[in-house]
Design a protein around this ligand. Structure first.
Ligand code: HEC
Ligand code: HEC
Length: 448
């Protein structure tokens, strides 16, 4: 969505005191790279990875500082596990950038889980969660590990009762949810989610470079960045400031895990997992959904000579052959995205983002999907009219609408195909792509 599609309301900055100052917010539209005067093509390329000034929170349920603090406590509270032996932090260890340092962690059952424990950076920007995206919000995600018999094995209602016997906890819930009855299990999930949204990865050496300090990267790291955005094609998927398109791709790792296909049923998403963000990787190994690659060298080797050829491979994955020097440069560049010391979350002002129901396209009812983007990003129709979505992209898409009033699932929409979504009832709807969920389209349907 573009800024024009959104009505934005900046809330009071509240975290840890180091709020973004007004000057930094004003600078968000332009950057201290002199307009027109910048000739270093890599500094220009780095602008696409500039850090945001604010962290988005849901306007429908904006957090307060007490709720964020409660979420952090709950994250460390072993009462959320059946035998009191595990908290969220047992696997998402803040000292290891919210990972556990092993290929597959163990929960209360003592058996290795099916997948690697992901880091928890920059979740506030996410649309779908888990490696296969089976959860549509942080609030609903948090119930998963608590009730999973292999992970924490606790009944969430029982855990909430236990917490409510604790007077200090009752007070914290009251402060976090003023005017609401509680503590409730829903509140516990909302508090966990509120805290997780504040886990913004901190600024690193690469960010100094993007801000215009060309001495921040050495020659080899610059060469690595040039490969990353150029010949090696990494940027096709690892895009934006967190280095992820938040879409699902099969990158040809061996294994039987169906990934996103188990959720969508689409063969184009067999073995597809969500592109992980690449910040703070120095602290988060081993890598990939199964933890099968222990070093960044092994990751880069995979892209050059380890790709398993199969029909579901992402169209965004280039066929690569890299020299030893090129591999070293790429790994060196990835190093500039990590902190030197164990990272702690950055403190940004929060911003409530409200999709606004306005028409951006007059008359037309046709939406394009080129380059993984719905264009326009907002559309106005009259009840009874159809939205026309063309696939003029080179990728398979999956146009979806999960809504009690009108549900729609295009299935695999191949390049060249067109789908039509009828809207019978007035209201505001959110259309998205099941393979590239960062593609979002707001449809506002008026009375006819
Ligand atoms: C026993 C280890 C373990 C525990 C305990 C645990 N997690 Fe996880 N967590 C995982 C694994 C493994 C995954 C990935 C599972 C998958 O994708 O199928 C995951 C995924 C996640 C994700 C999704 C991240 C993303 O990028 O999509 C979030 C958020 C999360 N966990 C939060 C929590 C919270 C909150 C708690 C406590 C209520 C918790 N976890 C407890 C192991 C654990
Ligand atoms: C087609 C999209 C795509 C391209 C192109 C791509 N990646 Fe990835 N990358 C992914 C996905 C998806 C994963 C997770 C795969 C999995 O776990 O099965 C991943 C995982 C990674 C990881 C591991 C991160 C972690 O936390 O486990 C690193 C590092 C990485 N990629 C770096 C690169 C580099 C360097 C390049 C360029 C040589 C590149 N990627 C090109 C999609 C892509």
């Amino acid at each position: 969505m573009t800024t024009r599609d959104l009505a934005r309301l900046v809330l009071q900055p509240f975290l840890l005191g180091v709020a973004v100052c007004a000057a930094a917010l004003a600078a968000a539209g332009g950057w201290p790279v002199r307009a027109g005067g910048e000739t270093d093509p890599l500094l220009v390329a780095a602008q696409a990875f500039r850090r945001p000034a604010t962290v988005p929170v849901p306007a429908a349920d904006p957090p307060n500082p007490a709720r964020v603090a409660l979420g952090e406590r709950l994250f460390h509270d072993t009462r959320l596990s059946r035998d009191g032996s595990r908290s969220c932090a047992s696997c998402h260890d803040p000292a290891l950038a919210f990972t556990d340092g092993v290929a597959r962690g163990k929960g209360i059952a003592g058996v290795p889980l099916a997948r690697n424990t992901p880091h928890l950076w920059n979740l506030a920007w996410g649309e779908t969660f888990f490696w296969d995206g089976r959860s549509g919000s942080l609030e609903s995600q948090a119930r998963g590990p608590i009730e999973n018999p292999l992970e924490m094995g606790q009944d969430l209602e029982a855990a909430t009762r236990l917490l409510s016997y604790d007077p200090a906890m009752r007070e914290r819930f009251e402060a976090a949810f003023p005017g609401e009855a509680g503590p409730s299990s829903g509140q516990a999930l909302r508090a966990l989610a509120a805290w997780e949204r504040m886990l913004v990865s901190p600024s690193t050496r690469f960010d100094r470079f993007a801000e215009g300090d060309r001495t921040a990267l050495d020659e080899r790291e610059r060469a690595g960045f040039e490969l990353f955005v150029g010949k090696a094609g990494c940027v096709s998927c690892h895009s934006g400031w967190a280095f992820t398109d938040r879409a699902y791709h099969d990158i040809g790792l061996p294994g039987e895990d169906r990934g996103r296909a188990a959720v969508t049923g689409l063969s184009a998403t067999e073995h597809a997992f969500r592109t992980p963000g690449l910040r703070e990787l120095a602290w988060t190994g081993p890598y990939m959904h199964d933890g099968s690659l222990t070093t960044l060298d092994a990751v880069v080797d995979h892209y050059s000579d380890g790709v398993v050829q199969r029909p579901s491979l992402s169209p965004d994955l280039p066929q690569l052959r890299l020299t030893g020097q090129e591999r070293e440069a790429l790994v060196a560049f990835l190093g500039t995205l990590s902190s030197e010391d164990p990272p702690t979350p950055a403190s940004l002002a929060v911003e409530a983002v409200v999709p606004r129901a306005v028409a951006l396209a007059d008359g037309s009812r046709t939406v394009s999907q080129k380059d993984k983007t719905f264009l326009p990003g907002a559309m106005r129709l009259k009840a009874g009219e159809q939205l026309v979505v063309v696939n003029d992209d080179k990728r398979t898409h999956n146009v979806r609408l999960d809504d009690a009033r009108t549900a729609f699932d295009s299935g695999a929409q191949e390049p060249g195909q067109t789908v039509r979504i009828p809207f019978a009832q007035p209201g505001t709807y959110r259309v998205y792509c099941g393979i590239h969920p960062a593609m979002q389209l707001t449809v506002s349907v008026l009375e006819r």
